[in-house]
Each structure stands twice: as structure tokens, then as C-alpha cells.
Design a protein around this ligand. Structure first.
Ligand code: HOZ
Length: 431
């Protein structure tokens, strides 16, 4: 595989970008070796600057449910861009996107659009604190809610990837109000609410965690969260930045039948352009400026190109598309499990719809961050590089989710299975 151009660009990047990247996981440090610089992508495939082609299971970290450069999305961006790229004033597109989201998520009565998932979650916390007049928030180990200071403790994604329990630069005084519990642990949850229930402004949770690999919340855990928050006057915030529109039109809350007070969205609703959103109960959202005293604003919020790309994506989602995503993702994961077993690699594959991950572990199940952290990183790295050599691009970290898009057709899945067969056979011994 030729990689000279990527290597040269990496050298250039190291001089001007921190670690050569603009987001740590992209540096490939977790898997060793050098990142490939991407020059274009179409459908399920990405192409690097040296012309190598990869079937992509990162899909812009879940944003690209229609695959790369989807024709409808590209057309919408092209068409709208001739009318201007940003006004700092409202447009009809923002209303349309909000209406579309509200129709899909019955728990959301009003929405605020922002520019990223991080902005959505940090603003939702401010709003929850403003609404309840309480300070404490509760989050779960291995869940990642973006990089606002008070979330950066025992978080997933890049912190898990680089084994950072928390981030430097976050004063103790800021995280003192963050309570952290193990995911899916109903006993600890009950105890915590008994002790601090009246002080907790909000519980924030990924209903399917996608930042310690994919780990699904148990239904009784989610129901308990709903019951306890209601009883103690705390708000329940679902971080559906990854799961929103991923496996059902109404997100994970539709799948599990649990209704949060606030929901955070991002990724898919921007069709691959930078977007975030938070919304929920009308009485809570009405506390936000200009209606209420909780402040949050943004120059590029509701940017028309992002709205156009998001709407062009959401309009294509339907039951048929989700059914296809489910069956192709299931076939892929079943085949990977079979190959791993035949090759005598102990693995757990967690999958919810079209998001999934592969843990190299002796355990039977991966249900929380502790289980996920037992993933054999060295084995993952070896497998990752064999898959790269065989033309499949997996996340360069064992703690990130993998995504199937509607562009991953049956033949793409077949190609991936063949690549996995060859990769497992060359990954060496499990131990
Ligand atoms: N935190 C992102 C995935 N969960 C990574 C974003 C990126 O590196 O592009």
C-alpha cells in the first residue's frame, strides 16, 4: 500500500496542528502508525491522498447515515450556497428542521439549534441548572457528552482512548458538582438519589452509549432513571447526539419507551455539516433567552447550509431504510462473530441497529465502562491495521462506535466480510 503522500502531509501537519490533528482520536496514536489523509469519499468508501480506497465504518463518527456525498444532500448544499452561507438572522429552514425534529420526537416541544453536540449538552446542563436552581449533575462512566469542563471525568471517547481519567485544566471546583456512577448500575443509582436526590439538577445519559464502544442501557436502568428523576424533581437529559435518527426516527427514546425532559441531538440532523440541538418540555425550554433568564447564543446557530444538509438527510429516512440498515448491520455483525470464533478470538460484538462495536475480550458481555476497558487494545490495533490493509477503515480507537450507512449495500458488506476473514487469519494469536 502506497502511503507516501499521507506521510508527507502528516509531517507538514505536525508542524502546524497539535499532534497533526484537530481532534485527538484522529491521530491514530491509540492504534500506532500514521493516519491516512483523506482526499474524497463517496457512498460507503473513502479515498486517501495516495489513492487507496477504504470501506468506511466511521462515517464521520455517525453523522453520515446516508453515506458520503449523498446526491440529495450535496444538491441541497450546492443549491442553497448560491443564496448566501450565513446571515446572522433567521430563516425558514430553521423552522422546518425544528418542525421535523419535533414531529419525530414527541418529548421535544421546543428546540434550540446550535453548532455541535458539545454545545448542545453543555447548554442543556445550564438550562437544567437554571430551571431547577440546583447545581449537581449526574453522569455515567464511559459516557461522553462532549468536552465541557464538568463532563471531563471518567468520560469515554478520546479520554478513554488515551486512558485519561480526567482532563488537565479543569479546576476541582468545577467537577465537584459532577457525580459519576457506573453505567447500568441500578443499586448505586438508588443509593445516590437517596443521598443527594434533592440536590441533583439533572442526570445526563447516552441511552445507547457510543463512546466506550457500543453499550446499551438496560431497560430497567432507564426506567429507574426516569422514575427517580421525576420523584426528586431532577431533569432527565438523553444525549442522543449519536443515537438520534440512527436506528429509529424517534431515536433511542422511541425504542425504549422512556421519555426524557430534554434531548440533545447532533450528527445526523446536520447531514455531515456542523450542527447540534437541544430541546424538550415547553416549560423548561421557555427558561431560555429571549423568553427566560438562561443565556445561550451563537453566530452560526441554525446556519442555512447545515439546515439544508440536515433536512435533505432527514427527508430520506423512513421505515424501509431503517429495516435495510438493521438487516445489513445484523448480517455484518453475525458474520464477524462467526469469523472471530472460527479464528479463536474471544470477542463480544455489541450492536444496536446500525451502530456496533467489536471488543476483544474473554467476558460474555460488555455492559459498562469497566467491561469495555478490558478490551484487548493491542489485539484491536493489530486487527485494525489488517483491516486497513484489506481496505476497511475502522475507528482508530477501541472505544469508538462503528456505523453502517444506507450506502453500505450488500456487496459492500460482502467485501467487508472477506476483508475480515483475511484480517483475522493474519492478526496472529489471540494471546
Ligand atoms: N469524539 C468524537 C467521536 N466520539 C471524535 C471526533 C473526531 O475525532 O473527529
Amino acid at each position: 500500500m502506497q502511503i507516501e503522500k499521507s506521510q508527507a502531509l502528516n509531517k507538514r501537519a505536525q508542524r502546524v496542528l497539535v499532534g497533526g490533528v484537530n481532534s485527538p482520536v484522529r491521530s491514530f496514536r491509540a492504534v500506532g502508525g500514521e493516519p491516512r489523509l483523506i482526499s474524497k469519499a463517496k457512498g460507503p468508501r473513502m479515498y486517501d491522498v495516495d489513492g487507496n480506497s477504504y470501506i468506511d465504518y466511521v462515517c464521520s463518527w455517525g453523522a453520515l447515515i446516508m453515506g458520503h456525498a449523498d446526491e440529495t444532500v450535496v444538491k441541497a448544499i450546492k443549491e442553497y450556497s448560491t443564496r448566501g452561507t450565513s446571515y446572522g438572522a433567521s430563516t425558514e429552514l430553521e423552522i422546518e428542521l425544528a418542525e421535523t425534529v419535533i414531529k419525530a420526537f414527541p418529548s421535544i416541544k421546543m428546540l434550540r439549534l446550535v453548532n455541535s453536540g458539545t454545545e448542545a449538552t453543555m447548554s442543556a446542563i445550564r438550562l437544567a441548572r437554571g430551571f431547577t436552581n440546583r447545581s449537581k449533575i449526574l453522569k455515567f462512566e464511559g459516557c461522553y457528552h462532549g468536552h465541557a469542563d464538568y463532563f471531563l471525568a471518567k468520560a469515554g471517547s478520546g479520554l478513554a482512548t488515551y486512558s485519561l481519567p480526567n482532563s488537565a485544566g479543569v479546576p476541582e471546583s468545577i467537577v465537584k458538582d459532577t457525580i459519576i456512577l457506573p453505567y447500568n448500575d441500578t443499586d448505586k443509582l438508588g443509593e445516590t438519589f437517596e443521598n443527594f436526590g434533592e440536590e441533583i439538577a439533572a442526570v445526563i445519559v447516552e441511552p445507547v452509549a457510543g463512546n466506550m464502544g457500543v453499550v446499551q442501557a438496560k431497560t430497567d436502568f432507564l426506567f429507574m432513571l426516569r422514575e427517580l428523576t421525576q420523584r426528586h424533581g431532577s431533569l432527565l437529559i438523553f444525549d442522543e447526539v449519536i443515537t438520534g435518527f440512527r436506528f429509529a426516527y424517534g431515536g433511542a427514546q422511541a425504542l425504549f419507551g422512556v421519555t426524557p425532559d430534554l434531548t440533545c441531538l447532533g450528527k445526523i440532523i446536520g447531514g455531515g455539516l456542523p450542527v447540534g440541538a437541544y430541546g424538550g418540555r415547553r416549560d423548561i425550554m421557555s427558561k431560555l433567552a429571549p423568553l427566560g433568564p438562561v443565556y445561550q447564543a451563537g453566530t452560526l446557530s441554525g446556519n442555512p447550509l447545515c439546515m439544508a444538509a440536515g433536512l435533505a438527510t432527514l427527508r430520506q429516512l423512513n421505515g424501509r431504510l431503517y429495516a435495510d440498515l438493521e438487516s445489513r448491520s445484523k448480517r455484518l455483525c453475525d458474520e464477524l462473530k462467526r469469523i472471530a470464533e472460527e479464528s479463536q478470538f474471544p470477542t463480544v460484538i455489541n450492536r444496536v441497529g446500525s451502530m456496533w462495536s467489536l471488543f476483544f475480550t474473554d467476558k460474555d458481555r460488555v455492559e459498562n465502562y469497566f467491561d469495555a476497558s478490558l478490551n484487548d487494545r493491542e489485539l484491536y490495533s493489530r486487527f485494525f491495521w489488517k483491516m486497513m490493509e484489506n481496505g476497511v477503515y475502522l475507528p482508530p480507537s477501541p472505544f469508538e462506535a462503528m456505523f453502517v450507512s444506507s450506502a453500505h449495500d450488500d456487496s459492500t458488506i460482502d467485501d467487508t466480510v472477506r476483508a475480515a476473514e483475511s484480517s483475522f487469519s493474519k492478526t496472529g494469536n489471540a494471546k
